[in-house]
Write a new protein. Structure first.
Length: 299
């Protein structure tokens, strides 16, 4: 995996996780660890076998991985998703805050294809990996993990407890400057009923979604042009907040898994934002095929 060249259809993620390269490598290659932070099922016997599958994996009805290369800092394997063979590579490097993890996966569909819902299971690969790496970071830190995306279920529902008050959590989800910090994307938000919510900003998405419910500290619901809704409810107790997210209004035979996995990865970041002293995003780079310039913004 070269630092000099990245093909246009490759996904590239770089994140710093809180452990030494040796410990991170163990988490990447221990099947018991993989069954915690990555997948429902995993089998590893390197250098010959590296497989994961199950309901938390896109196209996960059976394992479709084949080892290409392995050494003490690198793991590379072929992964066939929806009949397309991709190449996935992990590289580990020392960092002052732990380990810099670089992941590159080839042959992803374009952002336009994902939005048009023509990408199949490959459309969820970017958000699958961002959620997985977020959970890897929390696994290494000994923190509770965020719910994985179940690619077999039409029920898009998750609940997490955040160590912050409902007002604090609500503000961080509905104030543009705060949302930008923890989610890692530019966003314009009009925080009231009838107001717009535009990932990437109003220049990229002038219509955006519309708040059809907005009760500060309690709940908010966004409705998109196609009738799809995304809502969250907050309930406080002892200075903490139970945040419940629900998405609905979609074809149950074709749930919007890419966006749902993206929200779950965002919630992992939201939890760290509120709970870690001296918070800093784990992300150093997120580069995906066809994502409009200016949408993603990592400080």
């Amino acid at each position: 995996m070269s630092e000099q060249h990245q093909p246009a259809n490759d996904l590239r993620l770089r994140a710093v996780v809180p452990a030494t390269p040796k410990i991170v490598y163990e988490a990447l290659t221990d099947p018991a660890a993989l069954r915690v932070w990555l997948a429902e099922h995993a089998e590893v016997d390197l250098p010959g076998t590296y497989r994961f599958w199950g309901r938390f994996t896109p196209d996960g009805g059976a394992p479709h991985q084949r080892v290409l290369h392995v050494d003490e800092r690198t793991l590379r394997f072929a992964w066939t998703v929806d009949g397309v063979e991709t190449t996935v590579g992990f590289e580990l490097a020392e960092d002052e805050d732990g380990t810099l993890v670089t992941l590159i996966q080839s042959d992803l569909p374009s952002f336009e294809d994902v939005l048009a819902d023509t990408a199949g299971a490959r459309g969820a690969l970017q958000t699958f990996w961002t959620l997985a790496i977020a959970n890897l970071a929390d696994y290494l830190a000994g923190r509770e993990l965020t719910s994985k995306c179940d690619f077999t279920s039409p029920e898009l529902h998750a609940s997490v407890v955040i160590d912050a008050t409902p007002d604090q959590v609500f503000d961080s989800m509905t104030q543009s400057d705060q949302f930008h910090r923890w989610f890692g994307a530019n966003v314009d938000i009009e925080p009231y009923v009838g107001g717009r919510f535009a990932m990437g900003g109003f220049e990229l998405d002038p219509g955006g979604a519309t708040f059809v419910e907005f009760e500060p500290g309690r709940k908010a619901t966004l409705r998109f042009a196609d009738g799809f809704t995304s809502g969250w409810e907050l309930e406080g107790s002892d200075g903490k907040t139970r945040l419940t997210l629900v998405q609905s209004g979609f074809d149950p035979a074709n749930p919007p898994y890419p966006g749902w996995a993206g929200w779950l990865g965002g919630i992992a970041a939201l939890r760290r934002y509120h709970e870690q002293p001296g918070w800093r995003s784990i992300w150093r780079e997120i580069s995906a095929p066809g994502v409009p310039e200016g949408m993603l913004a990592i400080d």
